[in-house]
Design a protein around this ligand. Structure first.
Ligand code: P6P
Length: 332
C-alpha cells in the first residue's frame, strides 16, 4: 500500500533530492485526480463536444481539451520549481517561475477524437532540467534539449481506472487512483514490456500511403500470423496513451509512420514521441522514427512531428531491416 507521494519522497530521500522535482510529480498526480473527476462526469455536465475554437494545430478544440490544458497550466505555473511549460494546445512556450529549475512539456488530453465515445484518453508529460540561467525567464532551448535529456516522462490514463505511469530513468512504475482515498497507489512496480508482441496497432486506412518496404513488413506480419500458434491481434483505439499502455503491459507494436504526403507523420516528437520512447526504453522495449532511436532524433521546434514505431526490440529491429534494405517481394 505505497502511495505515489510515499514512493516519490522515498526515492527523493534516497537520492538526497531537494524535493523540487518531487513537487512537480505530485502536482501532475493532482491534475490526474482532478481530470479524472471531470472526465467521468463530462456527459453529465455539458463538457463534451467542441469549444468552437481552433488550436495551433488547426484542430477543433474539444471542451475537455481546453479544460485539461487550462488546469495543467494553472496548476504547474504556480509550482515554484517550474520555470516554464510547453503544451500541444499552446503555440508558444509559457514562462512561469524564473527561479524554477525544471520545464514541463504536455499533451494535456491526448486522444481527443475519442473523448465523446467513452474510449480512454490520456495526459502525457515530459520533464527537463532547464539549461538557461536560473533567475531568468525560461528559453525555447530549455525545451529543445533532445529526448535523452529528459529527467522524467509519463502519462495519466483515464480508462477503466485512472493510472499514472512514469519513469525517471530507473524503470517504469505504475500507480492506480483509489478515488475513495484520493490517492494513487503503487500497483505496477518495475514494468517491462513482454519481448513478444501480442498486439499490433496502426491505422489501416493509411497502409497504401506508406513506403513500399513498410507495406512489405505488414505483409510479412500477416504471413507470420497465418502460421503462428499465437497470431498477433490488431488492437487500435486511436488514443496513443491507451494503445501504448496496452502494448506496454501485454507486448505490442504501435506505429504511426509518415506517408508520401506527410513524411513526418502526425504525432509530436517532444510531448508524445520522446516521453513514450523514454518509457519504452526503460521498459526494455525500443522506439524509433524508422531510421534511428527516437530519443536520438534531434529536436528543432516545439511542435515538430515524427514518425513513431514503438514496441518489442525484436519487432522494431525487424521493421528496421525492412525499411533499411529492400527485401525482395518473393521472400514474403
Ligand atoms: P488517427 C489522437 O488524436 C492522436 O493524436 C493519438 O493519440 C493517436 O495515436 C492518433 O492521433 C490517432 O490518429 O489518424 O489514427 O486517428
Amino acid at each position: 500500500m505505497t502511495t505515489l507521494e510515499q514512493f516519490i519522497i522515498t526515492r527523493q530521500q534516497e537520492r538526497e533530492g531537494s524535493g523540487a522535482f518531487s513537487k512537480i510529480l505530485r502536482d501532475l498526480g493532482l491534475a490526474g485526480k482532478l481530470l479524472s473527476f471531470y472526465l467521468r462526469r463530462a456527459s453529465l455536465s455539458g463538457l463534451l463536444g467542441e469549444l468552437g475554437l481552433t488550436n495551433i494545430q488547426g484542430e477543433s478544440v474539444q471542451k475537455l481539451d481546453h479544460l485539461a490544458n487550462t488546469l495543467l497550466i494553472r496548476l504547474l505555473s504556480q509550482n515554484p520549481h517550474v520555470a516554464g511549460l510547453a503544451s500541444e494546445e499552446e503555440e508558444h512556450i509559457l514562462p512561469a517561475n524564473p527561479e524554477g529549475k525544471y520545464v514541463v512539456l504536455l499533451d494535456p488530453l491526448d486522444g481527443s477524437s475519442n473523448i465523446d465515445t467513452g474510449v480512454p484518453v490520456g495526459t502525457i508529460f515530459s520533464i527537463y532540467r532547464r539549461i538557461s540561467p536560473l533567475g531568468t525567464p525560461c528559453s525555447e532551448a530549455d525545451f529543445l534539449q533532445g529526448g535523452r535529456a529528459q529527467v522524467a516522462a509519463g502519462y495519466i490514463l483515464y480508462g477503466t481506472s485512472t493510472l499514472l505511469f512514469y519513469t525517471t530513468g530507473e524503470g517504469v512504475h505504475g500507480f492506480t487512483l483509489e478515488p475513495a482515498a484520493g490517492e494513487f497507489f503503487l500497483t505496477y512496480p518495475h514494468v517491462e514490456m513482454p519481448p513478444k508482441s501480442t498486439y499490433y496497432s496502426f491505422n489501416d486506412n493509411q497502409l497504401h500511403e506508406w513506403e513500399p518496404s513498410l507495406q512489405r513488413y505488414v505483409a510479412d506480419l500477416h504471413t507470420r500470423n497465418r502460421t503462428s500458434a499465437k497470431p498477433q491481434s490488431l488492437r487500435y483505439v486511436g488514443s496513443l496513451v491507451a494503445d501504448f499502455h496496452r502494448n506496454l503491459l501485454k507486448g505490442g507494436l504501435f506505429m504511426y509512420p509518415g506517408t508520401v504526403q506527410k513524411p513526418e507523420g502526425k504525432l509530436r516528437l517532444l510531448y508524445e514521441g520522446y516521453p513514450m520512447a523514454f518509457l519504452a526504453e526503460q521498459a526494455g522495449a525500443k522506439a524509433t522514427n524508422g531510421r534511428q532511436a527516437l530519443l536520438d532524433v534531434p529536436p528543432s521546434k516545439i511542435h515538430q512531428r515524427t514518425p513513431l514505431f514503438i514496441g518489442p526490440a525484436e519487432e522494431i529491429d525487424r521493421i528496421h531491416t525492412f525499411l533499411n534494405t529492400n527485401v525482395p517481394v518473393e521472400t514474403l
